[in-house]
Structures are given as structure tokens and as C-alpha cells.
Design a protein around this ligand. Sequence first.
Ligand code: NOJ
Length: 737
Amino acid sequence: MQKKLWPAVALAAAVCVAARADVPDFSLDFAPTSAAMNAFGSAAAHRRADTLVSKMTLDEKLQFIHSEYAMSAVPGGGAGYIQGVPRLGIPDLNMVDSATGSGSTSQASTTFPATIALAASWDRRLSSNFGRQVAIELRAQGFGMGLGGGTNLAREPRGGRLFEYLGEDPVLAGEMLAERTDGTQSEKVIATIKHYAGNEQEHNRGGGNSQIDERTLRELYLLPFEIAAKRAQPGSVMCSYNRLNGDYACENAHLLNDVLKNDWRFEGQVQSDWGATHSTANAINAGLDEEEDVGSTVYLTPTAVRQAIANGSVSTARLDDMVRRKLYVMIRVGVMDDPAKGGATINFAGANAFAQAVSEQSMVLLKNDSNQLPLSAASLSRIAVIGGHADAAVLTGGGSGNTRDPVTGAFAGCGGLTFGTSTGCSWWTNPWLKLNTPIVAAIRALAPSAQVSFAGNSDQQTPFRAYTQQEIDQAAALAARSDVAIVVVAQPAGEDFGDLQSLSLANPSNQDALVDAVAHANPRTIVVVESGNPVLMPWKDRVAAIVEAWYPGEGGGNAIANVLFGKVNPSGKLPVTFPVRDQDTPTWGQNGAFEPDPVYAEKLNMGYRWYDAKNITPMFEFGYGLSYTHFSYSGLSVKHRPDGAIDVSFTVRNDGRMAGAEVPQVYLGVPYRDEPPRRLVGWEKFGLNPGEARHVRITVTPRMQSVWDTSRNGWRYVPGGTVYVGASSRDIRLQGS
Ligand code: NOJ
């Protein structure tokens, strides 16, 4: 399919304008949707928390605001532990990482796809179910709190933890995070959203000073947190390792007190990242409610806080507030009355099926020359599968986003194979290959009468070393004698391993040379990418088709095969821009060196906004993704409502020959100084049968039309923008004003 490049022709625009509001109704924005939250009734929860606080002794309060994970009774311990107060019926609380499944250090867990994949699904309901499925496993293991809600924006495309986040757009990330949070808390597990804020790179991870002006903060980097905090009311916000405009995030009064607790009226608690607390009174008075330990608590120990109260640097009222917030969250989410007990059986087969479904919804078809995909098993007798350890595994992200294998109970990459380091199997060491998910086996199952052969790097000790010339030659020879060649390329990344030096697959693993050699040998070469970041594709024009599969989780092998053979029609859309070159990205600078104290000098022009503002053509733009069918757009209507909202409606029709799902996206060009050409303000995802059409209506609230006005320290409504409706941020099909 030929991509339409911006600016595309507007097909139809029926614009009818009603009286504009003098005072736009900002209360329309980010209204809480959580059934669980509403059912609980926050006023009653507040009263109950107040009563409990009034009954607690000073010692009990001091013990309640710091975590000592070594004391946990849950097998494996998780990441943190708050001791309860049995005489008052307050249970212990165990917390654990949960980005892509439970990070329990000893109990088996399902590995779901990375959250960047979840974002690529653009499917709100899927995100809610994702939160729910992860929470079900956490509770079964004895955890009442999950730390999985990562949502720093993909400002640095090379960011080492991009796979744990939700892409580069604040509204997409915020909405998906709100849904995930809601799903988690509906299963009586407290959800944390993180890392608040300005934590967009791993470089200088322990305290780099992110320098971000207030308007950019409010319009971009704080917005996903604001949306999730207001809509889903997560129990906890985790402040990050870095400093923001001089102050550490966990003692940053502007971030914690002014914005989160005052402006957004956040009623939950602020917890530190592990080791991110740097003071006692300063942090507490800036809004930190709980310190998480790295071995042992340092600044919010009972002794330190008692002393701070004695010398008057922390008030007892503030201590009560810290305790009350935690109690309130436990009551509201249901952990107080129904704590996670652990020891429950996990339905791994069901979870595996869900993990596969998420992966199938998230895959992005980037290229499909002359409908080379889907493959037809009946017409293929020899299939070559090459590279990426596709005979054994799929890739996962490393660090606290990792999980244990449900079958072997070992951490990803360690079950049965000896991938990695001489230190053996460790959840924190790289690489991170998820076993029991071979693509080769899944393809064999779908093409039983074909001969499916594998070539690649069979070295299990150093799986990401460069392909040797001999391996490349063998792969090309196999491709030459096959009907189709499927090359799997992979880009490993993980927490605490720094950021990627480049988006290139050439170094150190030589994968570009592999793709080139295979494509030269067989014109029907299909590339499957497993990555948490955008990758460069210098071979893009020389291959027939490209599928971005992300880190697809333990259902990944089957999901990839199902997409390649058309059992699933791909419907993912990119949540990050894929550039042509590193040099095109906003953070490359002169030579790609990372700034230890990053200055967000591009301001609002981040992600697709950068490419649009600078007129740089990306390789694949934000919001882009093909389908095996085709969708047409028509009949735009843009209606301004008296409350300042805009109702955008239009029709999408499946005019191809296969059922499929589309993600029509609404962008707004806001006519105000320094605003980028357009911003995402809404979208829908739905399936259509061939010939079927759907009338779509998307409301653009006043806040979505506003800019942060530093002169009045508030939002300024800017009417009169241009509405764009597209199949991506550049494939604009309809336009109105
Ligand atoms: C540090 C990571 O930054 C954070 O995301 C994680 O939740 C904690 N460690 C606990 O493992």
C-alpha cells in the first residue's frame, strides 16, 4: 500500500459552528471512569482512614511509612513490604514489580508483552484487561501492590527503558495507563504509576538533572501522569531517581505538593523509587509519603523521622497525612478488608492465551509490498527462518520489567538454556530471552507440509554477538533455496544497562548485514523485528515486508506466526516515530553523546511533533501501521459545542476483502505560538467486516485544545484549531476547521 504523505488532500469537510464558549468547561476532562473507585465511595474511605490514624501509636505510624522488603513473608519477597498493624486490622502489604507480569523473585509468572506493545495496540479495553490479568497473578502470589505503571515519554528514542513505557504521545500514554491502572485496581491490587517525572533516559540514572520548562512539562511530560491520576486514581505515584530543574524528584515540592497533590488533588501516596530518597524532612515536606528500601531504609527510618518530629522539622500533622494516605488507598482499593493471601493457583494456560492475544493486537505491519503477506501455507514448500534465536525464544526487556518463566520457574533467558553471563541465571543479567516461544515451531504448526529450516547464531553463551561472515553466508544460502525467507532481528535493552548508543542493528550484532545478504538471495524476504525501541532499517527498500513485533511476551512465537500467515490481521499502530537516521532524532545533538543533565531544549517539539515542526520525513511516523485490508474515511463533521468541546464525527469503511481493525486518529493544530503543527487529541479502535462501515464520534474536550500559559500559571483555551483525521499522524484523510 502506498503511504500518503502529509499534507494529504482533505476528502470532505462539513463544518458547522455553534456559539463558542467564553468559559470552556474544563471539568469535562479526565473524569474518573473507574467502577471500582466509584463503588467504594471515597468520603467513607477517608473517614475510616482518619479513625484508624487516630488510634495508631507514634511507633505504628513510623513503621508504616518505610519499606523493609527483607521482612516480607511472601515467597521471594517482591520489591517492598510495609508491615501492618494487626491490633487495628491493618494487614501487611507486599509490593512487586509488574511491568510485563509479576517480578516475584521466586514464583513463576506469565510474561506478557512489553508495555510499548500494549501502547501499539491503541486498545483501551485491552489495556484494562492487561492490568487486570497481571493483578490476578500478583494477588495469587500474595502481592497487594503492583509497580508496573511506567509512562515516561519516549523523548530519547534510544532510552534503555522505552519498552516499559507507552510511547511518545502524552494522551495515548495517559489514556492507556489510566485503563491499565483501572484494571489492576479492580482486582484489588494497588497500582503505582511511575517514574514521576522527567526520567526519560538511563544515562546518569542516579540523579541527572532534567531541565524542562513549565509549559513543556505540563503539556507533555506531566500529562500522562495527570490523565492517569485523575481518571483512574492510582493508589501510588513513584517519584523518580533524577532531579528535575535542580531538585531530586522525591524532594521536589513543585512536582509533589504543587502539581500532584494541589493542582490535581491526588489523594493517594507518593512512594520513592528504590534508593531515590535523599533527605528526611526536606523530602517529607516536599510531599514524599513513603521511602522504599534498597537493602534497608535510609531517610524515613523510624529513628530519623522521630528525630525530625522532635526537632520540629516535620509536623505530626504531616506524619498523620502520610499514614492516612496509605490507609485510604488500602481501604479504597480493597486491600484493607481483603488482603492478598498468596498461595493461589494461577491459570497459566489462560494467561498465556491472553498474552498471545495482546501480542497479536500490538503487532505493526510496517511494509507489505505487493501483498507479500499474509503467507499461504499451501503455496510454500520451503520456508527459511533466520536469526533472532527464533528456533528457541523471543526477546524480553531486562531489569525490573522482567518475569519468571511459568513453565520452568526460571527468569526469562535462564530456563534450560545458558544464555548470558558466567554468573549464570540471574533476573538482572542480560540477555533476556523468553523461552518456550519458538517462532520456528509456531510456523511449522501452521505450515505442516512445508520444510521449515533455521539458520542463525546458535551460540547460547553470547546470543547478541555479531553474526560471523560464515553464518551470514549460510543464512543467505538457505534463503536462496527457499520460497520465502523470514529474518528475525532483535534489539536488546534493559534497566540499568544504559541507553542504546544508536538505533542501528548493525552494532554490535551485524544484523543489517544479515538482512541485506538474505534479501539479496531471496526477493521474498520478510523481516520481523523484536525491539522495545525504534530501529533503523537501511534495508527497508530491499525487503518485501516488515513486521514490528516488539518484545512480544510468552505468546510471541504463536502471535508472530499467526500474523505472518493471516490468521490475525495486524492492527497495531506505532506509538513512537521510527526515524531514518539517528541524526534525525531530537536528542542526537552533534555526535549522539548523552547529556548527563539533559536540557529539553526542543521543548514541545518531541516525538512526531519534532519531525512535523522540522519538516523531517521519518521512516515510519507515529500512528502508522498497515493492515491486510483497506479502510476509507469520509464525511467529516466538526461541531463546536457551547461548553467549548468539539464533536468530531466521520465514517470509516472497510473496503478491502478481509475483516480487520482500524485506529482512526484525531489530531488538532492549535493556533498558538510555539505549538507544534498537530497533537493527538483522540482515537478509536474497532473491527470491521469487509464492506462494513462505522460512524465514529470523538469529543475533543476544552483541555485538549488548551496550552499552558506561564503568565497566568494555568491552562488557556485556544479555540479555532484545525482538525485532522487520519490513519496515522501523516496519513491525513480528512481535514476541517
Ligand atoms: C527501580 C526501578 O526504577 C523501578 O521501576 C522499580 O519499580 C524498582 N527499582 C523496584 O524494583
